[in-house]
Design a protein around this ligand. Structure first.
Ligand SMILES: Cc1cc2nc3c(=O)[nH]c(=O)nc-3n(C[C@H](O)[C@H](O)[C@H](O)COP(=O)(O)O)c2cc1C
Length: 329
């Protein structure tokens, strides 16, 4: 008898400010494996933001809120005023956002000083109120999700956060399994997600330290989760989503190696050049190479070769391998 395949995991491409923009979403969702994406956080502080701001963060709104591969892009809001958050969520939904995600996990000092992101983990009742107001401000058909950490200084905060969130009708919640104080340092404490699954009446999406298909399997075993948000791992290995699905009998992208990654960088540069001021097109390529170095040894060599390049055409030639670096040096 053929053994039964476990259910394919649901994979979400993480929001990453300054890294995962519309160009990156477009390219990573084209490789496959992802159920949805989330935009970089849109900061809500004093007003209902103008339409152009939402379109800047989510150009996909011009195409039904979907990437070209048909993957929905939820719009993420970060702020601490329940009414303003609700008004901005309503506007984003009116503009066609397929879902609204609320950021209660950002550890940045500037954000936390103005009571945004992870700072709210110290005020679970305010998180609850924001979630409720946002939920009420959009149609019941619009998913409202949130993203939290285990706590601010300590995971002793976690029980209170779960208590506050257990009474809210969120569609799903992503839990980055570290406190704000733990930042991005390994390990992620996946066992805490099991407790969250038992306490919350909606699905829990696991996040933190998911770098490989086997990490997903271990996290699934420890947490019991079947949905995972991939962040830095998705940049280090652009086919991570497809590779995870392949393990469960889904889409594979077995041909994805260093040459494909390099081709991706060439397209990434060209798309950035077309969309933004060409002067700013080179740095995102270097930034992505720093992530790719973790998985591809060849990326380290290429990074060393291109790190001083500032001209986009020169960068394009270098990515295509048309520069004699010994001579250039
Ligand atoms: C450069 C960077 C930018 C990020 N920006 C956001 C953001 O805008 N919104 C958000 O909810 N999380 C943001 N995060 C957190 C990630 O979505 C994710 O929760 C975190 O990286 C843990 O997952 P990982 O260990 O798989 O990387 C960011 C993380 C990084 C490294």
């Amino acid at each position: 008898m053929v053994p039964m395949q476990p259910m394919s995991p649901r994979l979400i491409l993480a929001p990453m400010e300054g890294v995962v923009d519309a160009v990156m979403r477009e390219q990573l969702t084209a490789i496959g494996g992802y159920e949805r994406c989330v935009t970089e956080f849109v900061r809500v502080s004093q007003t209902v933001l103008p339409k152009r701001v939402f379109f800047r963060y989510a150009p996909e709104l011009r195409h039904g809120g979907l990437t070209s591969s048909g993957v929905p892009v939820y719009l993420q809001l970060l702020g601490s005023d329940p009414e303003l958050m609700a008004a901005n969520a309503a506007r984003a939904a009116d503009l066609g956002a397929p879902g609204i995600d609320l950021n209660f996990g950002c550890p940045a000092k500037t954000v936390n000083r103005s009571q945004g992101g992870a700072a709210l983990l110290r005020s679970p009742q305010l998180i609850r109120l924001i979630c409720e107001r946002v939920r009420d401000s959009v149609s019941p058909a619009t998913p409202v999700t949130a993203k939290i950490r285990l706590g601010y200084d300590s995971d002793e905060d976690f029980d209170g956060i779960l208590d506050a969130l257990s009474g809210v009708s969120l569609t799903e919640i992503t839990i980055h399994a570290r406190t704000r104080r733990q930042g991005y340092r390994p390990p992620a404490h996946w066992h805490q997600l099991k407790k969250a699954r038992q306490r919350l009446p909606y699905p829990v999406i696991a996040n933190g330290e998911l770098w490989s298909p086997s990490d997903i399997q271990r996290c699934a075993d420890i947490s019991g989760c079947d949905a995972f948000m991939l962040a830095r791992g998705a940049l280090c290995r652009p086919d991570l989503g497809a590779a995870v699905q392949a393990l469960y009998g889904g889409d594979d992208n077995a041909d994805f190696g260093w040459q494909e990654a390099r081709q991706l960088l060439i397209e990434f540069l060209a798309r950035n050049q077309a969309l933004y001021d060409p002067r700013y097109a080179v740095n995102p390529v270097k930034q992505w190479l720093v992530y790719l170095k973790v998985y591809y040894p060849q990326a380290a060599a290429l990074f060393a070769q291109v790190k001083r390049i500032t001209d986009p055409d020169e960068m394009a030639n270098a990515l295509r391998g048309e520069v004699d670096f010994a001579e250039a040096a």
